[in-house]
Design a protein around this ligand. Structure first.
Ligand code: DC
Length: 230
């Protein structure tokens, strides 16, 4: 049920490279609601684990790090780790490689989900993207969308993204990394990436970015009774 129809809560889930971030950012701009990239928060804690050289099997060291680490994400989705801005650093190949294993750990998830739920409570309308938004973080979302695309297409997009940042990776390397993250993200025990039964699945493989955005805006508008924003 829509409670405040002009300020929807929108959940977007999907695998790595499906275009969730760029699409969600633009939908948020058009609907004038808040946007939150939850993956960035998992990336920040992963950066801390890498910097501190924490063994993921050492639960005591991990607990200790979690208890003293502060992860914050501001209105512009700039990410702060213990007060230091790490928005660019969390996109490094090292973080890409480690983020899925770190995200499997239940104590890490509990900390991130608590922060995310608090942000939802403080927000009037919000579009949140990640892996467990519809299933765990915002089960009462007004709209639950699942963005998907073929592995090849997602790898192509990720390669372009990396190339734009000056990071050269082969197609094989990127495809392998994406496939490995898919496997870990969707088979982990604690809140795996799933398509909830009520989700609307959008396969973006052959769609332009603008088409995906327009589709989502249309879905949201059709579910809203007010026409003020957008
Ligand atoms: O969206 P992304 O690629 O930046 O996410 C990085 C990793 O974080 C992803 O591989 C799994 C994890 N993640 C998660 O477990 N739950 C979320 N809600 C968001 C991301």
């Amino acid at each position: 049920m829509l409670q405040d129809k002009c300020y929807p809560k929108i959940a977007i889930d999907g695998p790595a490279g499906a275009g969730k971030s760029t699409v969600a950012r633009e939908v948020a701009r058009r609907l004038q609601i808040k946007y939150l990239d939850t993956g960035a928060m998992y990336r920040a804690i992963t950066l801390k684990v890498i910097r501190e050289n924490i063994d993921l099997n050492n639960s005591v060291a991990l607990q200790e790090i979690l208890s003293i680490t502060d992860v914050q994400i501001n209105e512009d989705n700039k990410v702060f780790l213990d007060g230091e801005e790490v928005t660019v650093e969390i996109r490094s190949p090292q973080v890409n490689k480690m983020v899925s294993p770190v995200s499997c750990i239940s104590s890490v998830r509990r900390k991130m989900v608590t922060i995310q739920k608090a942000i939802v409570l403080q927000s009037k309308g919000i579009i949140m993207e990640g892996r467990d938004i519809a299933s765990r973080v915002m089960p009462d979302a007004d709209f639950k969308l699942f963005l998907d695309a073929s592995v090849e297409e997602r790898a192509r997009r990720r390669m372009k993204e990396q190339r734009d940042k000056g990071i050269m990776m082969s197609a094989l390397e990127v495809t392998r990394e994406i496939a490995a993250r898919d496997r870990i993200d969707s088979t982990r025990e604690d809140s795996p990436l799933i398509v909830v039964p009520e989700a609307i699945v959008i396969d973006t493989t052959a769609m332009a970015f603008e088409e995906v955005v327009d589709d989502i805006i249309r879905i949201v508008r059709e579910g809203l009774s007010c026409s003020g924003n957008g």
